[in-house]
Every structure is written in C-alpha cells, then in structure tokens.
Design a binder for this molecule. Structure first.
Ligand SMILES: [Zn+2]
Length: 542
C-alpha cells in the first residue's frame, strides 16, 4: 500500500471546489479556502484541475487527491483520459481520482486502462469514484487502490439519493479490502464520525465546509419554511362562536372566519358550524396555494388528551360531552388533528407566539364566564394524566364559601368571573348600563367604565382583584413561576389594575417582597385560541 494512505487513516479530507459561475471559482480563492481547511485540521485535500493543485501545492505538503472534471455530452465525468491524469500528477497530486461508474462514455479512455497507466507511468495510487457496490468491486478488481462513495446519488441508477448511503458503506466495508473513502452528502461532524465507525478509512467533506453559498441557502431556506410554508388550521370552539384560521409557523393568522356556535341545538349543530368554518378556511387556503399540514382544535370543556375526545362539557355546549372530536376531524378533513382545552390553547399561544417566548416557567389565567388556566413548566405545557392540569378556577380560596358549579364551595371561579364582576358592580351601587345583552357584554361595559374612572366599576375590580390575588398567591407557592399572565377581555382592556394586583400577591406571599412575583396582562388577543390550537400541529412536527 502507498504510504499516503497511512497519513489519511481516520482523518478528514476537505474537498475544495467551486461550481462554474460561483464567485469563488478562482484559483487564489480556492487556494485560500484550502489553506483555511488545513489550518482547521484537514489531513488532506481534494482539488479540481492542475492549476488549482499547483497553486495549493506551493503552500502544503499534505496529500492532495487530484481530479479533472469534464462536462461533456454524456454528463460530468471525473478525469476522463490519461493526459488529464498526467497533468494532475505534474501539478503535484498525490492520488488521482477517476470516474469508475459503469456509465458508457463516448470519448476519453476506459477507466480500467487508466488505472494501469497511472500506476505504471505516473507511479501514483488511484481512487475509484463509484456509485454502487458492483462498481466498487469491479474497480477494486481492476487495481484501484481505494474507492470513494462520491458518485452515489449522481448516476442514473442512484439518482434521488440526497443523503449519505449508510447501506452502501456497510456493504463496501464488508466486501472490500482496499480503503473506503466516505464522500458525498456528509454534512455534519456527527455523520463524519459515524462513517469512520462504519468502516470508512477516511471522510471527504466538500460543500458543508467550503461552499458558503450552499450553507447560506440552507439557512435561508429554513427561515423561509418557518415563515411561509406548512401552515396549520387552528379552530376555537366556544359557547357563542366558532373561530377558525390559517396560521403560519410564526403565529401569524393569515385568514380567519367566525361563525355562531348555535350550541343550544346540540352536538350536530356544533359540528356543522365546525365543518362550515374549516371548509371556508380550506377553500381560502387552496386559493392561496397553501397546503395546511394539520388541524388543531381548541374547545370549551374538558378534553381527554389520550384520544382527543370531550371528557366533559358544561351546559354551554349541550351534548358535547363524550364526542370523539379528534377522530371526527381526522375523518372529515383528512388531516392529522389535535384537540386541546381552550384555556390551554391560550397558554400555548403565549408560549409560542406571546409573552411566554422568553420564559420557561409561567402560568396563564384566562378569566371569562369561568376561570381557566394552564401551567408551563420547563418550557412545556403541563397536561397531566387526562389533560386537566392547571384547572386553577377550582382551587378553593374560601373554605365553605360561595357555591361553585363544580359542586364545591369557595372556588376561585365563584369569586372571579364576568358574573362575579357584575355582582360586585351592582353591590357597589353601579347601575346596570343600558343597551347590553348578556353577562359577557355587560362585564365588558363595566371594564370600559372602570377605564373611564367610574367609581363603582373600579371598586368592583378592586374586590375582584383581592380574590384573584389569593388564587395567584397559591400558584406562586405551588409552581414558583417566572410570571403569571392574565388573559381574557376583562383583563386586557383594563390592565391598569394589574400592578395593584401584583402588590396584593406580594403581600400574601411568604418572603413576597424578596420574591417580587410578576403578574402581567397577557399579549394574546381574540385569536389566541386559534393560534394555540395550531401550535399543537407545529409541536407535533418538530
Ligand atoms: Zn369549583
């Protein structure tokens, strides 16, 4: 065996080439790239053309595998004839690489003949660039001193292989006695290491190291994917309306629809509304040539995380309990489907697209007709056995207190909700504003009045925040989060009371002043449920 091979055992060879037309296709640029690779620890180089080899040889004594690419009528051939091989040798190549695939070439010399002449007349070893096991065996039988997997993926029979063929390496390692050079599609240090472990003599890496254009394209493509491709459908089923939207990976909702829930008519009416909303979004997506990759559904009620069915639902959604929502959506829309409770969807929205992006541990409390919530611990939504984790509304803040719709007394939800806000407002002498229709609308009106300085409305909020502080203090004791985020229309539009609420929490907590508990108004808006539901799809594809 030639001594050159000992120098290369277990080492990295860097292929320094540029495509025709590439700004780096320049002798001195290639020489500089090669010297940078040597500085980084390359034990050898693979270089195209006598001119480049001669330039690099003046700077280094390391082994250089020389090739001469020739673009002909039958495609690209590597070192087609003896004249080319002789020129590479004269320029200082240590090994001559040849195209030894079984493709037929109209011109040039047969590679079997070339191997003999290179050995006899140039006294240099030959590397056989092959694509298949059979070609490798033929090349070794014809006297090639080593084989490279270089052309796997580039010949007709192997076209479409865009990653390193570990199967081919394993076969070569088993059946060949000559050194095997792993080359082509090796793109990470881990893959290089794996190739050596898999029996390669050495590893040749090109584009992944020496082509900034390719590297930049990879990054640019990845970001493009994040922003524009693979959108998901998000749906939010509430007691009064169903919202659906097409959500990009960065959380942007690029189109959305809203339809009444018609909940009083039962399950079939709810699913009819769901189908209508989703089909509208699908049609609009098709117009934009966007293909949703999945559908995430947030719904009121308790969701069984194990099969995406409705474990239990309140009277707001009659007949919803027991419905196998995930199966229904998968069969109806032919997309992977995910189901989550709406309060937890709000948490996912904050986690991926809102204030939670920089946090690893936080709690979201959603205040509306009830109190929902969710806990993020270690960067992940805590779902628990069934999917019920974070049911903050039913933590008791007054033993034996007001009756709650869960059957207990004194739950946070019995003291903090739209209904509770209304009650406090009336008890403080506030007149019920005219022209409003239901509790939720009334509560939003009180929210508005508080913002405008109405005393009774502000007092109602003060009482509400006293109770809420108890619930939040419990959370800080239980979870020790970086922040508690408050969401829901009642909070977002009257965030003025949040700093006061934070002070109350501080007073209730042991070492509160030192702990400085953070309470913030959440960032997510009306479409938080839609965004959070879509986030489930993205999470499944990471
Ligand atoms: Zn309760």
């Amino acid at each position: 065996m030639f001594a050159t091979f000992d120098q290369l055992k277990g080492r990295l060879i860097v292929s320094c080439q540029a495509s025709p037309g590439d700004p780096l296709e320049d002798t001195d640029a290639i020489r500089r790239i090669a010297m940078a690779a040597v500085g980084g620890g390359a034990a050898g180089l693979r270089v195209n053309s006598a001119e480049h080899i001669a330039a690099i040889r003046r700077n280094t004594k390391l082994p250089i595998i020389g090739i001469q690419k020739q673009y002909g009528s039958a495609g690209l051939r590597i070192t087609p004839d003896f004249a080319a091989a002789a020129a590479l040798a004269a320029a200082g190549a240590s090994i001559i690489a040849l195209d030894c695939t079984d493709r037929a070439w109209p011109d040039g010399d047969p590679w079997q003949e070339l191997i003999q002449r290179i050995h006899q007349e140039l006294r240099l070893p030959v590397m056989a660039d092959i694509a298949t096991l059979d070609e490798a065996l033929a090349a070794a039988a014809a006297g090639a001193d080593c084989v490279g997997t270089t052309l796997n993926g580039y010949t007709e029979s192997t076209l479409g292989n865009h990653s390193f063929s570990w199967t081919l390496l394993a076969q070569l390692a088993q059946q060949l006695d000559v050194p095997i050079m792993a080359e082509g599609h090796v793109s990470t240090p881990e893959e290089a290491r794996r190739a050596i472990d898999g029996g390669a003599w050495c590893v040749i890496v090109g584009s992944a190291i020496t082509r900034p254009g390719n590297i930049a394209a990879k990054f640019a493509h990845a970001l493009e994917k994040v922003a524009f491709s693979a959108p998901a459908i998000g749906v939010d089923i509430g007691g009064t309306s169903i919202k659906a939207g097409l959500v990009r990976r960065n959380g942007e909702v690029c189109l959305s629809v809203k339809t009444p829930t018609d909940a009083a008519k039962g399950r079939d009416a709810i699913t009819a509304g769901l189908v209508q909303a989703v089909e509208q979004v699908l049609a609009a997506a098709a117009d934009k040539r966007l293909e949703p990759v999945g559908i995430g559904i947030a719904t009121a009620g308790a969701v069984d995380r194990r099969d995406g069915s409705i474990f239990a639902a309140t009277d707001n959604l009659p007949g919803w309990s027991g419905f196998r929502l995930r199966s229904f959506a998968e069969e109806r829309f032919h997309l992977p489907a995910f189901v989550v409770n709406d309060a937890q969807a709000a948490v996912l929205s904050e986690l991926h697209f809102g204030l939670g992006r920089g946090l690893s541990d936080f709690v979201v409390i959603t205040i509306g007709t009830g109190v929902g919530g969710g806990i993020v611990a270690g960067g992940k939504l805590l779902r628990g056995q069934h999917g019920f984790a974070g049911t903050i509304g039913h933590s008791v803040i007054r033993a034996g207190g007001r009756p709650c719709n869960c059957g207990r007394n004194g739950c946070l939800e019995a003291y903090v909700s739209t209904a509770a806000l209304l009650r406090e407002y009336r008890e403080n002498g506030g007149a019920v504003p005219e022209g409003t229709i239901d509790d939720a609308a009334l509560a939003l009106r009180i929210n508005q009045l508080a913002r405008q300085g109405d005393a009774a409305a502000q007092e109602a909020y003060a009482v509400l925040s006293g109770y809420l502080a108890e619930g939040i203090a419990n959370l800080f004791n239980l979870v020790d989060p970086q922040a508690v985020l408050l969401s829901g229309g009642l909070i977002e539009d009257y965030a003025q009371f949040v700093p006061d609420l934070q002070k109350q929490v501080e007073k209730l907590l042991h070492f509160g002043a030192k702990r400085q508990p953070r309470v913030l108004a959440a960032k997510a808006g009306q479409l938080a449920g839609v965004q959070g539901a879509a986030a489930l799809v993205f999470e499944s594809r990471q």
